[in-house]
Design a protein. Structure first.
Length: 721
């Protein structure tokens, strides 16, 4: 008994101080203080100031947030940026039609004039990051309740924002870190004229599609290129024909040198969201309740949509982006459940908590302040469980049925009018109308009805009746519980899925439009669903969640005080981060080892002529046969993808992978199946990020597409500096 405790303790210390050393998404402005020496010991040849500096140009000036959901990087002095194919997917899809099928065939602008504008797409540069914790926390006291605390913080943030030094074209925002224990100010500059320059055919850019998504070994050329346009004086400007290619402060050099196992790598980007500091009880709830529920709902929707997409090319174009996004999280959650299970995340977290509790209990001050944290977590997570589940059902189901997502938008308009009046209505309409029309561009009535039949059945039958809308139940009674008949009637009686009727409706004066909105049966029904959700679920859930947030904040503070030997990094929150590691293969399971690199040979191994996922373009086959790889190949092979130990998440897609000298060696786009739980519990033994080798990108642009004018813009380097 004692011996096993000692072993457990040693294991714990070991896992905290050594194995976990390279976990983390670090703030670029703190690298020098926290990470530089470790990065150098892993082989990095540049300094922290070369990565982030506000006094001189640094690598950070070559990295942008793309559209708020992905990352991109500057690769030429003429504003050319590189990102993933799946990040550019929406743009490529919007320019695609059955006649000009850029999704299927690829697209390459021959000159600047041919580059295609994309409404709503933007890139954001980070000008600088300042620690404003002290100013934001000014006047906050432990005695305050949450509302009081938040109101002081909000006022302080507003003051910080008012006083920030910035240029007219720059913006700023303040965000909380470490569960709102620290605050940073970001000064940013956003460019709104971003044009599509090039994309490979989907058979390259999305090779292996959903079967290969989240999977290693991988062979996807997941890239596309855009260009930032600016006003004549290189400043941000709305789209205008006369805008000119942006001249960046910094563009990345591209390495042709290639990579070896254990090489140092660094990923620079905008990771979206992680939850690395949850208590064990929360992790267990995700693994056993929330993920499985969401997976089951998405599985139903995906099976239906997939069936139609395989049969009909027009539906395939319309639903491609939607399908990919539903499928993406669906598959990720499956990997997450598997990884959490296999790496015993619950036991690991529990061991950590036991050690935490022991140290807290041994110190009287800590004991009064933090002694009950873990017990309180257990109680509140038990209490919130049914509400979280009902929330998952509501959000997953009603966002997948387009008719209801249309109802939700119209209902929001109605409420805006009723609570804030005509001017606010008109303002809101500006966003909602294009949004609604976009939904309808990617809409097919038959597909939506089938999805609605299946998901409404889950909504009604899998839940406690107190979470189900009485009006839905009543409507169902009139069709004797028959979902097909119920949905058929609902859809046949509505004009809400018709773009012309929507336009006519929204062209009416506000008061009339609102009167009409209220009369639609579908909206009436949806209102009931929504109000049951708000009253039976959300109210109580919000109360519990606010309490959890408070506990989480104090748990974070406590860990930083109590677990002194551990280096903490803040959870991802869509702000700029650096993660570093080494190129490395891994053991996914007993007796199996995955190498770090794939090649074009593997594409030919996976090739299935005419297949929806694994077809290969004829031109690529012929380049393979003649081994015409130019300066991009290595020992007669064409490298395609590689993996490393960098800690990444959603939003890191499109992030540059840099070598020890800061040269571009790859483009991040995914993680391995066994390691998707890195968002909750990073495990260095199996968590790997997946990148396209930059040489494959260049090979496709140059040899496959013949877009040599783009290669000429870039700076290719052979060795180190
Ligand atoms: N899994 C990657 C990420 O999370 C790539 C997704 C795009 N590909 C796809 N087949 N859905 O975003
Ligand atoms: N594929 C993800 C993205 O789009 C990256 C990841 O989750 O690893 O950002």
């Amino acid at each position: 008994m004692r011996k096993s405790k000692i072993i457990l303790f040693l294991f714990f210390i070991f896992s905290v101080t050594i194995v976990k050393a390279d976990e983390g998404m670090w703030l670029p402005q703190l690298l020098q203080k926290l990470n530089e020496s470790r990065m150098k010991s892993l082989g990095m040849k540049i300094s922290a100031a070369d990565i982030y500096s506000i006094n001189k140009g640094s690598l950070k000036d070559a990295v942008v947030s793309l559209g708020g959901f992905c990352t991109a990087e500057l690769i030429s002095s003429k504003g050319l940026i590189l990102t993933n194919h799946h990040c550019g997917f929406d743009a490529i899809q919007n320019h695609s039609s059955l006649e000009n099928n850029y999704l299927r065939d690829g697209f390459w602008a021959k000159t600047n004039k041919d580059e295609l504008p994309n409404k709503g797409l933007f890139v954001t540069f980070i000008v600088r990051i300042d620690d404003v914790t002290r100013a934001v926390m000014n006047g906050v006291t432990p005695a305050m309740n949450e509302a009081e605390r938040q109101s002081v913080i909000d006022k302080n943030i507003a003051a910080v924002q008012r006083n920030v030094q910035k240029q007219a074209t720059q913006k700023s925002f303040v965000r909380g870190f470490f569960e709102a224990n620290q605050y940073y100010l970001f000064v940013t500059e956003t460019y709104n004229d971003v044009r599509l320059v090039g994309a490979p055919p989907s058979a390259i850019g999305n090779f292996g599609k959903d079967t290969d998504n989240w999977v290693w070994p991988r062979h996807t050329g997941d890239f596309s290129m855009f260009r930032i346009y600016a006003s004549k004086d290189n400043k941000p400007a709305e789209y205008a024909e006369g805008n000119i290619p942006y001249t960046p402060k910094r563009a990345l050099n591209i390495s042709l040198k290639g990579i070896k196992e254990n090489d140092f790598t660094l990923i620079f980007g905008f990771p979206g969201r992680t939850s690395e500091y949850l208590p064990a009880v929360a992790v267990e709830q995700i693994r056993t309740v929330s993920d499985p529920a969401k997976i089951a709902i998405r599985e139903k929707a995906l099976t239906i949509i997939d069936n139609y997409m395989r049969k009909d090319e027009a539906i395939k174009i319309k639903y491609a982006a939607k399908y990919a996004s539903i499928q993406n999280a669906y598959k990720k959650w499956q990997g997450e459940v598997l990884g959490l299970t296999r790496t015993n995340a619950f036991a690991k977290k529990t061991n950590y908590e036991d050690e935490f509790q022991k140290r807290v209990d041994a110190n009287p001050i800590w004991k009064t302040e933090y002694g009950n944290l873990l017990a309180d977590f257990k109680t509140v997570y038990n209490n919130i469980e049914p509400y979280n589940l009902a929330r998952d059902y509501y959000t997953e189901i009603f966002s997948k049925i387009e008719l209801f997502s249309i109802c939700a938008r119209l209902k929001a308009l109605q409420i805006t009018y009723e609570t804030k009046g005509e001017t606010a209505f008109a303002e809101r309409l500006k966003n909602i109308e294009p949004d609604l029309l976009h939904v309808l561009e990617e809409y097919n009535a038959e597909v939506d009805k089938k999805v609605a039949e299946a998901l409404m059945e889950m909504y009604v039958q899998n839940q406690d009746k107190k979470y189900v809308s009485p009006e839905v139940l009543q409507a169902l009674e009139t069709t004797d519980g028959n979902f097909v008949a119920f949905i058929n009637r609902l859809y046949s009686q509505t004009s809400l899925t018709n773009a012309d009727s929507i336009e006519a409706l929204l062209a009416l004066p506000a008061a009339e439009a609102v009167e009409k909105i209220k009369q639609y049966d579908a909206i009436h029904l949806f209102s009931d669903v929504q109000s049951v959700y708000q009253n039976q679920v959300q109210k109580q859930q919000n109360i519990y969640q606010a309490y959890i947030n408070k506990l989480q904040r104090s748990y974070m503070q406590a860990q930083m005080e109590v677990m002194k030997e551990k280096k903490f990094y803040p959870d991802a929150n869509s702000t700029m981060r650096v993660t570093y590691g080494q190129v490395k293969g891994y053991n996914p399971r007993d007796a199996v080892y995955y190498k770090f690199q794939t090649t074009l040979d593997g594409i030919m191994e996976k090739y299935i002529p005419g297949d929806y996922e694994f077809d290969v373009p004829a031109k690529l086959i012929s380049l393979y046969k003649t081994k015409d790889y130019g300066r991009y190949g290595e020992n007669g092979k064409m490298p395609v993808c590689f993996i490393a130990t960098n800690h990444t998440t959603g939003g890191n897609s499109g992030s540059p992978a840099l070598d020890a000298y800061g040269n571009l060696i790859g483009l991040n786009f995914d993680r391995v199946w066994e390691g998707t739980m890195s968002d909750i519990n990073y495990d260095p033994s199996i968590c790997r990020n997946i990148m396209v080798d930059i040489r494959y990108v260049l090979f496709i642009v140059d040899k496959f597409a013949g877009a040599t004018h783009l290669i000429d813009e870039m700076k290719l380097v052979q060795a180190g500096k």
